[in-house]
Design a protein around this ligand. Sequence first.
Ligand SMILES: [Fe+2]
Length: 512
Amino acid sequence: MATTATTQSSGTPGQRPVGTQPPPETMTWPDTPKFRGFFAPSRIEADVYDLEIEGRLPPELNGAFYRAAADTQYPPRFPNDVYINGDGMIHMVRFENGHADLKTKYVRTKRFELERAARKALFGAYRNPYTDDPSVAGIDDGNANTSIIWHAGKLLALKEAALPYELDPVTLETKGIYDFDGQIPGRTFTAHPKHDPRTGELIAFAYNATGLPDKQIHIHEISASGKVTRSQTFEVPYSSMVHDWLVTRDHFVFTISPMVADPEQLKREEQYFVWDPNQGTYVAIIPRDEGVRGIKWFRSEQLMETHSLNAWTDGDTLVADHFTTKSGWFSQFPKTTVGLLPEQPPFLHRWTFDLRGGAAHWDDATDTYRSEQLIASPGDMPRVDPRILMEKNRHAWIGGMHPDVPKVEIGPMGPPFNSLIHRDDHTGESVFWTPGEHAAPEEPVFVPKAGDSGEGEGYLLVLVGRRDQNRHDLVVLDALDIAAGPVATVKIPFRLRYGFHGTWVPDSELGK
Ligand SMILES: [Fe+2]
């Protein structure tokens, strides 16, 4: 397919003043891996009733699986646009008495509606208002594409660069931006809030809440009924990407890594984050009861947290299991302060902190933590049984790489997975399930078999991209026996755009 002259002359970040890129004149995707082949936008909004099913769906599986994806609506204003700048598309599979129905629908963000009306992209580079068309200056650029949660009877699509959008849980119609009835100040809200299974609270944070890089992180505690019970703020050494975090029953844990954002940098170029290995890596541990006054800073070797698995506090010890990489996220933000560097895959690490150490200010921090790699395979997108979050878990499920299975082709966000891993912390063993050659599992979502079933007794719902068939499956696995293969495979008759995070909402919550 021909590439437009606009695309060919675009150059790379930093080679021209920002905001001068003319919009593409044709409906042609950039000729980059993020927009070609299996990773091209899908843009299909559909209702498909009674999907074909191999095997039998468990009769107790009644409810809705939701998953958020970035499905770019129009060719981006910058051909090197990052995958995570795409428009939020929600995939829902509704399970009812052994049947499965699919609905896919775009979130009608302000940005989506304006661009659809204009029939072209108006918003520019990821989080960079200096690259937007002047006609949309000052308008919220949230695209609600990263994760989707259920809290206080509301379905919320999240993006860390903006506030949530509320959706109807049955029709997926967009209700609008949701700021918890005005209780959340600022313009951002994490895509990785944590539900406290004991209290039903939603524990969240926000960074760069002014809409531009700043050094404040806000922590919001939201009751099971949706009331914000406490908001507090602390300062970090520099403004950087804070995608995920860890929460125990007693502490919040933030890893501050040198994926740095700077307001002046945004005026010079479109890339929001730049890896600066000359900056230190820090860990902030904040006691939940005392709040930010009790913050303690620790030092870390240079790395970045990609996603957290779980963490718990045991007396003066805090244990944090999460995926970390020794590099920045170069597949999305390739520029660094020291030239191009190779992206390193994330590995699951267990950090153990002695809470008697730490310093009140990052400048005084010298204590660190004990680190142990838990799985030899690289991986990411982990899940635990959500009923056990914030306390010591036994079971974990992870997207990973089986060393003896052929790798599927490189995806838009770094190395893809060829397997799902079940790790048992009691035995230290990892069991793999591999969906087959040319197939890659995405994030698993855990569904308990019953409310009172034991930890891990449940099902995993896993979208599997089948590259050779140009479509997806939604696979149902017994969470404690993934090696047995699917209990049932729900066959989706077309390709979904490779997505991010999802959730499960039982019928009892949906009011059915
Ligand atoms: Fe994430």
